[in-house]
Design a protein around this ligand. Structure first.
Ligand SMILES: [Zn+2]
Length: 206
């Protein structure tokens, strides 16, 4: 795939929002660019229009503006990808129907390439692997936001977990992260949040 740096297109105000718009051929380059762009004010959006969806970032981080139309066509898929949550905020917005997707970490069922993509909440979505071009189906029904109260408790635990992680109290951090995640993704997610290898995590908790 051709890699090009995003090109600035325009800056505009729509209602309360300020939009800085770029265009780019390669969605993976767009995502890297946006991940490195920090937005520190509300209602400020940096958008990169690509041939594979419009990606953006705001004060809450990376997002996909809208699912691509083909993503609901499960007949395209040839294998099953593995999915884990990426940001609790995005998941909450999808659970409340504010967005039609949330970002998840996806591992290709064919070539095991990892990347971030937008998928539907509590549903099956088609995603395309940028490495081997295979369409994967991903099932998000085990990634659930239960209630507002539950979400707030989880967000608080996640924050405390991060503080414990920074203080290198890995056992405490693991315990807090563990309570935030669904069983199926627990170990890998906690390892990700702790920034440690999966095997090392088992040594920590054994
Ligand atoms: Zn692949």
């Amino acid at each position: 795939m051709q890699s090009t740096h995003p090109t600035f297109v325009r800056k505009e105000r729509i209602g309360d929002g300020t939009y800085e718009v770029y265009s780019c051929n390669d969605p993976e380059v767009a995502k890297s660019f946006l991940a490195a762009t920090k937005v520190d004010q509300k209602n400020y959006y940096v958008i990169v229009e690509t041939t594979d969806g419009n990606w953006g970032t705001d004060i809450m981080g990376l997002f996909l503006e809208q699912l691509r139309p083909w993503q609901t066509n499960i007949n395209l898929t040839q294998c099953e990808g593995i999915v884990a949550p990426y940001s609790i905020f995005g998941l909450q917005m999808a659970a409340r129907d504010v967005n039609d997707n949330f970002l998840a970490k996806i591992m290709c069922g064919k070539c095991e390439h990892n990347r971030i993509d937008g998928i539907r909440y509590k549903s099956i979505t088609a995603v395309k692997c940028p490495n081997c071009q295979t369409y994967n189906s991903v099932d998000s029904k085990n990634i659930i936001v239960a209630s507002k109260e539950f979400e707030e408790i989880n967000a608080k635990k996640f924050e405390l977990g991060n503080q414990a992680n920074i203080a290198k109290d890995f056992e405490r951090a693991f315990q807090l992260f563990r309570e935030c995640y669904d069983n199926r993704y627990k170990a890998a997610e906690c390892a990700g949040a702790l920034g440690v290898q999966h095997n090392h995590l088992h040594r920590l908790i054994d």
